[in-house]
Design a protein around this ligand. Structure first.
Ligand SMILES: CC(C)(COP(=O)(O)OP(=O)(O)OC[C@H]1O[C@@H](n2cnc3c(N)ncnc32)[C@H](O)[C@@H]1O)[C@@H](O)C(=O)NCCC(=O)NCCS
Ligand SMILES: Nc1ncnc2c1ncn2[C@@H]1O[C@H](COP(=O)(O)OP(=O)(O)OP(=O)(O)O)[C@@H](O)[C@H]1O
Length: 199
């Protein structure tokens, strides 16, 4: 059997990665979503929670034992050492689950939706192509405010903890510019990508 095409999908916060991932899924791709996997490890009883409680303390847990996401967000995006500590707990668990989902896939195209793809050097050799969803910083701030209610300072703090836009663009094989809220444009791009990647 021909091995599946492996497409990395990344972009800054609010760029439209998850939206593109959903469109590619509708075209028949298997999407492996690192954010979703990460969130599962930090639910109540999640695999990351014992180490998070031990390292950061009970104050970072909500009443039900899940991660207090807002508290951790405020902490780690203002403190790179704490972010690295959290990543050292979560990323290996996410990596294990990504490997399992990859092995289970039977699609001709697997899309790896990974916010920190450009930041992690191990990713590129595992992929056939890297697709970057790009938009301006002002659009990122506007979208995250509309979607999640975060103020500009909160989104900017996350953006400062991600690769600069120029680095992501330099790492891209394919760029989809997604600066206007035009879903039809993104749908057309997804259909073209689906053809190109055997769907
Ligand atoms: C800090 C946390 C608790 C904040 O949770 P919250 O629900 O507010 O945000 P959510 O998880 O939905 O992430 C929103 C966006 O923030 C950005 N982001 C998340 N983690 C990171 C990070 N470590 N570095 C840079 N940007 C990040 C991504 O663009 C992501 O799509 C959470 O993001 C987290 O646990 N991060 C560490 C794990 C991680 O690196 N995840 C990224 C994919 S593996
Ligand atoms: N082309 C578009 N047309 C309409 N809405 C869009 C478009 N692109 C993105 N959006 C909206 O912008 C918001 C952010 O998009 P999305 O969640 O896909 O970004 P993301 O890159 O996955 O963000 P995060 O890094 O925070 O997970 C969502 O509410 C989404 O519906």
């Amino acid at each position: 059997m021909k091995s599946p095409a492996r497409l990395g999908l990344t972009g800054g916060i609010g760029s439209g990665k998850s939206t593109m991932a959903r469109l590619l899924q509708a075209e028949g791709a298997d999407v492996i979503d690192a954010d979703a996997i990460s969130r599962r490890t930090t639910e109540a009883g999640g695999k990351a929670m014992p180490a998070i409680e031990k390292t950061f303390g009970r104050a970072f847990l909500a009443a039900d034992g899940a991660l207090d996401r807002q508290r951790m967000r405020d902490h780690v995006f203002a403190n790179p050492d704490a972010r690295h500590t959290l990543e050292r707990i979560i990323h290996p668990l996410v990596g294990d689950e990504i490997r399992q989902q990859t092995e289970a896939s039977i699609s001709p195209c697997i899309v790896f939706d990974v916010p920190l793809l450009v930041e992690s050097p191990h990713w590129r050799p595992q992929l056939d192509r890297v697709l970057v969803i790009d938009c301006s910083p002002a659009t990122q701030i506007r979208r995250v405010n509309a979607r999640s209610g975060w103020d500009a300072a909160t989104t900017e703090a996350v953006m400062r903890n991600q690769s600069p836009r120029a680095w992501r663009l330099a790492a891209a094989d394919i760029v989809v510019f997604n600066d206007t809220d035009d879903i039809a444009l993104l749908e057309r791009a997804a259909k073209a990508l689906a053809m190109r990647f055997g769907l």
